[in-house]
Design a protein around this ligand. Structure first.
Ligand code: ME8
Length: 493
């Protein structure tokens, strides 16, 4: 089995924000989960470096567009490192190889007679890099950014997107999982009831873009360049990775770019004769606790690199994954993060490890005793439900079930009172707790990779895959190695 997952590629016109980090985090958990299932995974992320928005930002910073994106894209790479994102490739749309593929696809569609030269007049939002019709505007402004749109008029190539309308509707009808969650699929189906216009796919009033292969006075429209990263990232058309991994299993994106990833991307693929991705998966937006929508252009941004310096990154990952039901919008606040760190990570998970290891040290000379897994405790692990939640992209529920099991283990200690036991009874309890911790450690690998590694190391177990999540694999006699506390409680004044 293979699993190919992508995130949107970020505009490096500004600094990375929490929304960027959140998207990479969710994709990371899914990529790691599928590796955990034993599948061959390819995980792609990167930066979207062409277009007017980048050009304007470069100018503002007194740099050439190329110098500017070189500098900015490093910050997004650093974000991946600091947040422990396990991407297999970081693609930049200014890479030669990507540019070649973007041109190849443009040319292919042109040669099929699906692209023609015309003139565009319309309203353009540079922040979205998208044309709008008068009726789409909110109070005369961009519906996403609330900014004035520019009136543009220039020579442009057009892709005959309009003629794909029925094909797109049929595809949506037939493929239930093509857009997830369900409501988003309905949203696109409804929008497709209206007229579908041809798409302007080139710009001629500036030059920071992929040159149109048939007319060097034009550059490819930034979306006609950026979307193609999903196939250039696996070396379309002849690369091994393309053959092995395409079609993508999941394109993970935010709700503001759903139209681009379905109607635009799918019709480009249809025109180029390339298979369509299996699922476009939409996550929610993160807002700050003041209720303000986080937005680069409005400057209400939380710096995810600073967060990674300030807190244990697994506490940040945990907070976002548990706090926000996947697919819905959510709030970020440091107070709520600290509360979950203290109540759930320190008090439940950290405490469970600490108590268990202390007892093994005290009563069993630091070696896991051989024993029998307690069937009552074993039954508290809802492995099938965890798998099902992951299949349905309910990351928050899967993680909730794993943490629920840790809570059951703490209750088990309170009920069994091992400090009152001796002999076989004591050994069985400590063995059961070690086994439970081993399975918790394994299951946490996709979510909190550093913490999982620490847990497994401290109880003398190996990293492993889903098939190791059954009880009875520890033999007894493994030396435990109590390490530093997993999660420090954070004091608030
Ligand atoms: O749209 N919360 O780039 P981008 C959660 N380059 N996610 C958010 C968010 C928030 N507050 N704000 C933005 C682009 N996002 C294009 C994509 S793909 C071929 C080209 C998400 O930097 C947003 O929905 O504006 C998108 O999925 C991603 O961050 C990058 O946004």
């Amino acid at each position: 089995m293979k699993f190919y997952i992508t995130t949107a590629i970020d505009y490096p016109s500004g600094e990375p924000h929490l929304g960027h980090a959140y998207e990479k985090l969710c994709a990371d958990v899914m990529a790691r989960w599928h590796r955990f299932l034993g599948e061959e995974v390819f995980f792609l992320t990167g930066t979207d470096e062409h277009g007017q928005k980048i050009m304007k930002a470069a100018k503002k910073n007194g740099l050439s567009p190329q110098e500017f994106v070189n500098k900015q894209s490093e910050k997004f790479r650093e974000l991946c490192l600091k947040w422990n994102i396990s991407n297999d490739r970081f693609i930049r749309t200014t890479e030669e190889q990507h540019i070649r593929v973007a041109q190849n696809i443009f040319k292919k569609i042109y040669e099929k007679g699906e692209i023609y030269l015309g003139k565009y007049s319309g309203l353009y939002c540079t922040d979205c890099e998208t044309f709008y019709l008068e009726k789409d505007l909110k109070d005369g402004k961009c519906p996403i950014h609330g900014k004035e749109c520019e009136q543009l008029s220039e020579e442009s190539y057009f892709f005959k997107m309009g003629k794909y309308k029925q094909k797109l509707i049929d595809y949506l009808e037939k493929n239930e999982k093509s857009i997830y969650p369900k409501g988003k699929r309905t949203e696109i189906k409804n929008r497709l009831r209206e007229e579908l216009r041809d798409l302007s796919v080139s710009r001629s009033s500036f030059n920071w873009g992929v040159p149109v292969p048939i007319n060097k006075k034009h550059v490819q429209y930034v979306w006609m360049d950026a979307l193609i990263n999903y196939v250039s990232g696996v070396d379309y058309p002849n690369g091994e990775n393309f053959k092995k991994f395409w079609p993508a299993d999941v394109h993970l994106i935010g709700k503001d770019i759903l139209w681009h990833h379905t109607v635009i991307w799918w019709s480009i693929l249809m025109a180029a004769g390339i298979e369509l991705p299996k699922t476009v998966l939409v996550h929610g937006f993160i807002n700050t606790s003041s209720g303000e929508k986080m937005s680069k252009s409005k400057g209400t941004v939380i710096d995810p690199l600073e967060l990674a310096e300030k807190y244990n990154i697994d506490a940040v990952r945990y907070f976002l994954l548990r706090e926000i039901p996947f697919g819905e919008d959510g709030f970020f606040s440091e107070e709520a993060l600290i509360k979950r760190n203290n109540d759930e990570l320190a008090n439940e998970l950290g405490n469970l490890l600490n108590r268990t290891l202390s007892m093994i040290e005290r009563y069993c000379n630091g070696k896991i005793p051989s024993g029998k897994m307690d069937s009552g405790l074993a039954a508290k692990l809802e492995l099938e439900k965890i798998k099902k939640h992951m299949q349905e992209f309910e990351l928050h529920l899967a993680l909730g079930k794993i943490m629920g099991f840790a809570k059951s283990c703490n209750q088990f200690i309170n009920e069994k009172k091992p400090w009152m036991l001796s002999g076989e009874k004591l050994e069985n309890v400590l063995y059961s707790l070690s086994e439970a911790l081993r399975v918790i450690g394994l299951l946490l690998q996709p979510f909190l990779p550093q913490t999982a590694e620490k847990i497994l190391k401290q109880i003398g177990a190996e990293k492993g895959k889903i098939e190791n999540c059954k009880f009875g694999l520890l033999k007894g006699g493994e030396a435990v190695e109590k390490g530093k506390i997993l999660f420090q409680k954070i004091q608030t004044e």
